[in-house]
Design a protein around this ligand. Structure first.
Ligand SMILES: [Ca+2]
Length: 377
């Protein structure tokens, strides 16, 4: 029987070479090569580290300019908690690779004639972010800017039609942009859903009709409060919640696709509201501390109610980060949300809510400290 040949490893080759030479003599070739390899490895790690391990994020929000008058409790046509959630996200922006943020993904008819909401967001959040960026950069690798896109359904107020085949994404530039991002990216893209599910549903329909299951395999939807037996919804009708009712057919379609495993859909339930928000520090004195930075100011002024900030949609990105009470593994990928799981996740977020807010405050403080006195307006 022939003796099995084993591969000769680099260290064995070096050992053999050394034994052939004077044992105390250094090996210029190997030592030099090791140094070069070390330098190359350092360069490689330095170049790619900023992107390694950062979750890729696409956000779809129904937020709009809060100064546009309308009929909600705040007298506007905006969803105000999204503004606070977005300010918090921007304070945390070095933790993510942000691919795109869609605003105005809503069915409010008034938006047929309102100004471009991407322009509004790029000014409103963009200016605050730019102002805070020098301070934030002392904490980590924050992107130079964050791109906002206006939703394709903002003017049409269109809802999803499950009987239709969405052959072309041409009429939907914001959905086409997500499709292109999915084509380009290698890893998982996390689509955070903060309002209506029309755009995710059209994307899924389009991918399935074009045999692009490969793109759906890269997509993970993380939605807040599109199902809950405990809050707004009932055990018989957990889908009777605002974010699901906004486009009920889109919501039902996505849940059905998730149930048969065609998409990964993590349903947070109401854990942002009844975990993060309910467990938060209370009182104006605590939140006044955020006013030293531009993003901190937007965070507290977005929706300040019951002595605290409502930023419930933020549950999607705190879950994605996974170190703040609830992690992705705590939520099934099949779009379901049993009451026991929701109750347990609510308690987990509640227990860490002070830590979450203190982390936001730490970042807000760092963001504000670099402001020149002239910028404190
Ligand atoms: Ca919302």
């Amino acid at each position: 029987m022939r003796a099995k040949k084993f591969p000769v490893f680099a260290q064995d080759r070096e050992k053999n070479a050394r034994s052939r030479l004077n044992k105390t003599q250094p090996l210029p070739f190997y030592d030099g090569m090791q140094k070069k390899l070390f330098i190359l490895a350092v360069c490689f790690v330095t170049a790619i580290l900023p992107c390694i391990g950062k979750p890729k994020v696409w956000i779809i929000s129904d937020m709009t300019d809060k100064t546009l008058p309308g009929g909600n409790k705040e007298g506007t046509i905006n969803d105000p908690d999204d503004i606070s959630a977005m300010a918090g996200y921007l304070l945390m922006a070095n933790e993510f690779e942000t691919l795109g943020i869609v605003v105005g993904s809503t069915h409010r008819k008034e938006h047929a004639t309102t100004p471009n909401q991407a322009q509004w967001a790029n000014t409103y959040f963009g200016q605050a972010y730019a102002k805070d960026l020098p301070g934030l950069k002392t904490l980590g690798d924050y992107p130079a800017r964050i791109p906002f896109i206006q939703s394709s359904i903002k003017e049409s107020a269109e809802r999803f039609n499950p009987n239709r085949e969405y052959d072309s994404l041409k009429p939907y530039p914001s959905i086409a942009a997500l499709f292109q991002a999915l084509e380009k990216e290698d890893g998982t893209v996390n689509v955070l859903c903060w309002g209506s599910l029309t755009e995710p549903a059209i994307l899924v329909n389009h991918c399935l009709n074009h045999g692009r299951d490969d793109l759906l395999k890269k997509t993970r939807f993380i939605a807040h409060w599109t199902n809950s037996s405990l809050h707004q919804g009932t055990p018989e009708h957990p889908e009777h919640v605002a974010n699901c009712r906004e486009d009920a057919k889109a919501c039902a379609y996505l849940k059905a696709m998730a149930k048969v495993g065609l998409v990964d859909y993590r349903e947070c339930g109401a854990i942002g509201q009844h975990g993060i928000v309910s467990g938060a520090p209370k009182g104006k004195a605590y939140y006044d501390q955020f006013h030293t930075s531009a993003l901190g100011t937007i965070f507290v002024e977005g929706k300040f109610v019951f002595n605290g900030v409502d930023h419930s949609d933020s549950a999607t990105y705190w879950t994605l980060l996974g170190d703040w009470g609830v992690k992705l593994d705590d939520i099934t990928s099949t779009g379901t949300n049993d009451p026991e799981t929701e109750r347990a996740n609510e308690a987990k977020f509640k227990a860490r809510s002070h830590d979450i807010h203190n982390e936001l405050l730490r970042r807000s403080n760092a963001a504000g400290i670099a402001h020149s006195p002239a910028l404190h307006d």
